[in-house]
Write a protein that binds this ligand. Structure first.
Ligand SMILES: Cc1cc2nc3c(=O)[nH]c(=O)nc-3n(C[C@H](O)[C@H](O)[C@H](O)COP(=O)(O)O)c2cc1C
Length: 209
């Protein structure tokens, strides 16, 4: 009787212990190797008026890693309205514009910071091209964005869908230019200082340093 009682108590302790373990929430950043030295970083971005580029450079200043600008085989027109119309057509037809940029051995990177402006409340088509062209399975992606103040739109959700075999971390977004109103590059002076602080806070929260 006593033996049975002890066995019953032991299994109860085991079950309670197991349920506590499985109830623990995974924390952002847990997927990354804890050994910082083994984590290789790529920062890849699209930028037309250099706001997203400025954020990419802030990330590189804090994290290190290789910085790559995505260039197109056929660049978009200089005219804003014509570009908006072309992007709308590409989104509607699912056209993936070919990239001129080639990234050597993407396999070597563990963590990819992926930067883009919001275009038509979506991911710019060249970012869709990048996600279709490279196998990012098993990698960690940290998206970052600038926009004219209308927000990220569906961009972060689209990254999750198009990189479904990657771990997509919480993204960073901040206000950039308003090309429609002739406001192009804004990441200077007080705005640059403020955004640098926001980027540092985001990186701290991700615990990827
Ligand atoms: C074709 C195009 C479409 C855009 N669509 C949006 C939009 O839907 N929402 C928004 O907030 N900003 C939009 N913008 C503004 C950019 O997101 C904003 O200016 C951004 O900071 C530009 O980043 P960049 O300087 O790295 O190119 C658009 C800009 C362009 C060129």
């Amino acid at each position: 009787m006593k033996v049975k009682y002890i066995a019953w108590i032991s299994s109860l302790i085991l079950i309670v212990g197991m349920s506590c373990t499985s109830g623990e929430q995974p924390r952002v950043g847990d997927e990354l190797p804890s050994d910082g030295a083994s984590k290789k970083i790529l920062i890849v971005y699209l930028s037309r008026t250099n706001n997203t580029k400025a954020v990419a450079e802030m990330i590189q200043a804090q994290m290190g890693g290789k910085l790559v600008a995505l260039e197109l085989a056929n660049p978009y027109p200089a005219d804003y309205r014509t570009t908006v119309d072309q992007v709308a057509q590409e989104n509607a037809s699912g056209f993936l514009p070919p990239l001129a940029t080639k990234i050597d051995s993407i396999d070597q990177y563990d963590l990819i910071f992926l930067g883009f402006p919001t275009w038509g409340m979506q991911l710019p088509p060249p970012i869709k091209s990048f996600l279709a062209q490279y196998n990012l399975a098993g990698k960690t992606i940290a998206p970052f964005n600038t926009n004219a103040g209308y927000g990220i739109g569906s961009t972060f959700e689209q990254v999750k869908t198009l990189a479904s075999r990657s771990v997509v971390l919480e993204g960073f977004s901040t206000r950039g230019g308003i090309e429609r109103d002739g406001v192009l590059f804004v990441m200077e002076g007080g705005r640059e200082v403020k955004v640098r602080g926001e980027v540092a806070a985001w990186l701290g929260k991700l615990r990827v340093k």
